[in-house]
Design a protein around this ligand. Structure first.
Ligand code: TXA
Ligand code: MG
Length: 414
């Protein structure tokens, strides 16, 4: 497989990234950085003291391994080689992954690889497993940071453990302020859910975590036609141990109770959720008429002094006229990825406050806005969040990733 021509950050971005890279290389404090999926918390994957600091900052259990981020295939090949020394001859990248790498890298796909003898990876990265996960992100800022570091970066999502993954720099700040020094702000993330984790070392290959690359896309690749689903999220309390260790923990949880509405789920006997005074709703466009909120809605001014519905809590970046075109493109994409915010409705018949977030009609938009919506409703102080589930049965969009995260976040499924 050949390397790609990757565009790297320039100008002001380059200077900021250079400082972030110096912090990663010279200190043990991890640095948060944007990727196309979610923000990551990066540290030199070959240095134990730096990797340990990731676990400490997140409050992450040490038996949950980290994904290693690379900017090139040669960097990956070094990681797969004894003592990091590349041998001529055989490609250390297992052949099963070649079609995937060609099609999906750089991008939201993590592949499970064997840890070589005398690995250069810090043992904390793999949490004692004989394999490690690797991914080449497609965010230009992430790729540029990786190249400037010259080191592979261990990078879990940059949230505090159990919280929803961060899809904007503000989310990282809310969770990790005081624990890290630097967040590289690249605006809202393009995909909004984490990478798909696949294991091609087992036969047949399997998906350990659904994510930004769909089952259908994987099935189109030679050797992956019969890829199986190796994660479980439909029924709770299954006997088999999840093969991606991170999938067993409480996850993606806002402070409010989450009630997920999905086809086929059984109704719980007791519903304590009906008497709540502060209610959040996360839904798609199609539910708007069904909720009957349109008529009685009132537009109010929130604590930022902004009018809901038209406001954005974070200033929209303006495009500097003298910036190189690449920077303008980056800013334009940031503007494109703005996500919807909550609207407040007061129900006439009671003193219940309803905060309603419409994530739109497209699955991609739902994925992009989901984590942010959970976090925003927490900030509004809602006690319960009702979430409209989406159809994840087709396999040809990233609905499986959305529903997987929601099932983990939800206490109640109706
Ligand atoms: O999109 C992403 O993948 C983001 C961005 C920052 O790249 N990263 C991310 O990392 O989601 P994290 O640590 O939050 O999730 C990594 C997942 C966990 O479920 C972990 O258990 C699994 O990957 N994992 C890591 N190494 C593994 C291995 N050797 N075998 C099986 N699962 C592994
Ligand atoms: Mg995570």
């Amino acid at each position: 497989i050949e390397e790609w021509n990757i565009e790297y950050a320039e100008g002001k971005d380059y200077q900021s990234l250079k400082r972030a890279a110096e912090e990663i290389v010279n200190t043990d404090t991890p640095v948060a950085f944007p990727t196309e999926t979610v923000y990551g918390l990066g540290a030199d994957a070959t240095r134990s003291s730096a990797v340990k600091a990731i676990f400490a900052a997140k409050g992450r259990p040490s038996d949950n391994p980290l994904i290693v981020h690379v900017h090139s295939l040669s960097q990956l090949r070094e990681l797969l080689s004894d003592k990091g020394v590349l041998q001529t001859g055989n490609d250390p990248i297992p052949a099963i992954y070649r079609p995937l790498i060609e099609r999906f890298w750089p991008g939201p796909l993590t592949i499970i690889l064997p840890v070589p003898e005398n690995t250069t990876l810090a043992p904390e990265v793999t949490a004692g497993l004989l394999t490690f996960g690797a991914r080449m992100p497609r965010s230009i800022l992430a790729l540029s940071l990786l190249r400037l570091c010259g080191r592979p970066l261990a990078g879990p999502s940059a949230n505090a453990s159990t919280r929803p993954s961060p899809t904007a720099a503000e989310h990282v700040y809310d969770d990790l302020q005081g624990r890290i020094h630097t967040i590289v702000d690249g605006g809202p993330c393009e995909v909004g859910v984490e990478s798909t984790v696949v294991d091609g070392l087992s036969s047949p290959p399997s998906i350990l975590r659904p994510g930004g690359v769909t089952v259908e896309q994987l099935r189109q690749c030679p050797g992956w036609e019969n890829v199986t689903v190796g994660y479980k999220d439909k029924q709770e309390g299954g006997a088999s141990k999840p093969r991606a260790p991170g999938m067993k923990y409480r996850h993606y949880s806002p402070k409010a109770e989450v009630v997920l509405f999905e086809a086929g789920a059984t109704k719980p006997g007791k519903e304590e959720v009906t008497r709540k005074r502060r209610v959040g709703i996360i839904r798609t466009e199609s539910w708007k008429p069904a909720l009957g909120l349109t008529g009685g809605s009132t537009t109010v001014t929130d604590t930022n002094g902004q009018t809901n519905g038209t406001s954005r809590p974070h200033a929209t970046p303006s495009i500097p006229t003298d910036a190189p075109s690449r920077l303008s493109n980056l800013l334009r994409s940031v503007i494109q990825h703005q996500i919807p915010h909550a609207q407040r409705h007061t129900l006439d018949s009671s003193d219940t406050d309803v905060w309603d977030i419409d994530l739109g009609a497209e699955t991609e938009a739902v994925a992009r806005g989901l984590f942010s919506a959970l976090r925003e409703l927490d900030k509004k102080g809602v006690e319960v969040i009702f979430v409209e589930g989406i159809d994840d049965t087709t396999g040809d969009d990233i609905a499986a990733a959305v529903m997987n995260r929601l099932r983990k976040a939800a206490e109640i499924r109706v």
